[in-house]
Design a protein. Structure first.
Length: 595
């Protein structure tokens, strides 16, 4: 069982949206692009306890807060979820509500003709809807879930009840919110779910309530409370019959069963020892955040083992959990669940998914769209995880991408941006502040393929590259949004020729002084009296020899603005302005730049 498609209308930041989900999915995208909203929308449809919340939705759940149209009619929140890969028990339970899903076209059939439903690519499906709106007469917000098939004669639909939702087995773990109640017995808690799945119903309520009501409290005379209550009783008796205020006394609580469900919780050892030598235990929710999240996810794993057919939706499983644990948790949950849907900002979580399982969400003017990734250019499947972690994860998780031709540029541009920001914070920002991830193309021939790759994923793509032949330049120009072409052939040459003489001399002398000058480059050891051309030649040889060690970045980090090559300064200035403009301008060609 898995969710194959979800459609959303007028819910929170999504006016309209549709996305297809693979067997397991990692939802990524910029903050506030709609990742959590998608999971909340699924929960509106499938969450067994979700409709028990009062109100089911509120003003802020409607797109732009608009719960009434201009004509006064209520705006409707609509969610539609299609579930496929049903097991035999689910097919029997939902047999009168089944439709047919074509796995190749990712669409429902209009009807169930036998010749279509017998095809190998056509499978039974269940379509569930949620509708939420404002009821003016009741001055309240309402919501309901229902089967979208079949249509009744009155145009309505049969309700999708809590018992039906339990058949679907959807569980939603929100970020840092479920931990505090995971090991309580509150209805819908993880412990309660596990007990229900095991058909166990603890019957300790009456005994606990009786004990609490009989437990004496504050009855010692020296406390004075008993005398005070007796005085109150005597005062009341002057107005009402004696039996109305008989024997007032204090007890621990007026708790009911539902109160107990919320307050009973599991205590765990903390590793600390009390004064009497016993290990001190604290409530589950008082444990460390990492411990809470790890134990919660362990409970989810246990639920998956018991139920065998469950859909997990989880927000950011990486929070407060070390990388190796993130990977183990994700791998375990995916193996034990019918479908796992994660939102994440963690490269360690992403590494556990194939490209077809990574879904990039984008939202523009309220419209949600999604695209699955594919293998990046020039990356073989066997090397995918290593390459993903070292080169692509940060770019996949960012809104904007700067493609740089080689390792030297990859190290130098962030260093130059940081230096300019340090010197002129009102004019320059670091690439991180601009939300720009950098990626090393490794060769100019890979800039265009990488530009097309990230463009398809909805990223704003910048590129910096050496002087190109017309054909190659044209390919790059068509593949990126904003391109910046150097007038030099080779970045080291650009830096050598463009950096101020004073900065070059200062840097070269510091290398010699600190014994960092390589012994094999003895034909010209830089000195204060070295001729400028000889100095540039020596430093060029040094940069070529030390390629990949960040030495060009070290040079730029010591320069002031006037000493840094003008191409680098102007490029970073343009990138900053373009990144912060409300709308990116159309791609045009400007001499020296592709902007």
């Amino acid at each position: 069982m898995r969710i194959s498609r979800i459609r959303i209308r007028n819910f929170r930041g999504i006016k309209n949206g549709e996305l297809l989900l693979p067997e397991h999915a990692a939802l990524i995208g910029d903050n506030n692009c709609g990742k959590s909203t998608v999971l909340e929308a699924i929960d509106l449809c499938l969450g067994p306890e979700r409709l028990a919340k009062r109100p089911v939705v509120d003003e802020h759940d409607f797109y732009a807060g608009c719960y009434l149209e201009a004509d006064g009619q209520p705006t409707e929140i609509v969610v539609e979820v299609v579930i496929v890969d049903l097991n035999d028990e689910q097919k029997r339970h939902f047999q009168s509500n089944l439709e047919w899903w074509n796995r190749e076209t990712n669409a429902l059939l209009d009807g169930p003709p036998p010749e279509a439903t017998d095809a190998h690519n056509v499978i039974p499906a269940l379509r569930i809807g949620f509708s939420g709106a404002y009821d003016r007469e009741e001055d309240d917000f309402t919501g309901r879930t229902y089967f979208l098939s079949p249509d009744r004669e009155d145009g309505g639909h049969d309700p999708f009840r809590t018992s039906d939702k339990r058949q679907c087995g959807f569980l939603f773990l929100r970020t840092l919110r479920t931990g505090s109640r995971a090991l309580s017995l509150e209805r819908g808690s993880l412990l309660d779910i596990i007990l229900r799945l095991q058909n166990k119903s603890p019957q300790m309520w009456e005994d606990v309530l009786v004990q609490l009501r009989r437990m004496p409290v504050a009855e010692k005379e020296e406390l004075g409370i008993s005398d005070l209550l007796a005085g109150i009783q005597n005062a009341i008796r002057s107005f009402v019959p004696a039996e109305w205020a008989d024997n007032p006394h204090m007890r621990v609580s007026d708790l009911t069963r539902e109160h107990l469900r919320r307050v009973l919780t599991v205590f765990l050892g903390t590793g600390a020892t009390s004064q009497d030598g016993a290990e001190y235990a604290a409530p589950f929710q008082h444990q460390g955040t990492g411990t809470i999240n790890t134990l919660v996810l362990a409970l989810l794993s246990l639920i998956a083992e018991i139920k065998q057919n469950v859909i997990f939706a989880m927000e950011e499983p990486e929070i407060a959990i070390p990388p190796h644990t993130q990977k183990r948790i994700v791998d375990s949950v995916c193996k034990k669940s019918a479908q796992a849907i994660f939102t994440t900002h963690s490269p360690f979580v992403l590494r556990q998914f194939s490209p077809s399982q990574i879904v990039v969400l984008q939202r523009s003017d309220g419209t949600l769209s999604a695209v699955t990734t594919e293998y990046p250019p020039a990356v073989k499947p066997k090397a995918y995880r290593v390459e993903l972690n070292s080169r692509f994860c940060e770019a996949l998780l960012a809104r904007r991408v700067l493609i740089l031709e080689g390792q030297t540029e990859y190290e130098a541009f962030p260093a130059a941006a940081a230096r300019l920001n340090e010197l002129h914070p009102d004019e320059f920002k670091t690439l991180e502040e601009l939300g720009i991830a950098t990626i090393d193309a490794r060769t100019d021939s890979q800039i265009a393929p990488l530009g097309n790759y990230f463009k398809k994923l909805g990223k704003t793509v910048f590129a910096v590259f050496d002087q190109q032949e017309a054909g190659q330049q044209s390919q790059i120009m068509g593949a990126v949004h904003h391109g910046f072409e150097s007038s030099e052939k080779g970045f080291e040459r650009l830096v050598i020729n463009g950096t101020a003489e004073a900065a070059l001399r200062r840097f070269a002398v510091s290398l010699v002084t600190n014994n960092a000058w390589p012994t094999h480059l003895t034909k010209c050891i830089p000195a204060i009296t070295t001729a400028l051309d000889d100095l540039r030649s020596a430093l060029f040889d040094y940069f070529v020899w030390s390629k990949g060690e960040g030495t060009v970045a070290d040079l730029l980090s010591t320069c002031n603005r006037s000493e840094i090559p003008s191409f680098i300064v102007d490029t970073l200035l343009n990138i900053g302005q373009l990144a912060e403009s409300p709308r990116q301008p159309a791609e045009t060609y400007v001499p020296g730049y592709l902007i």
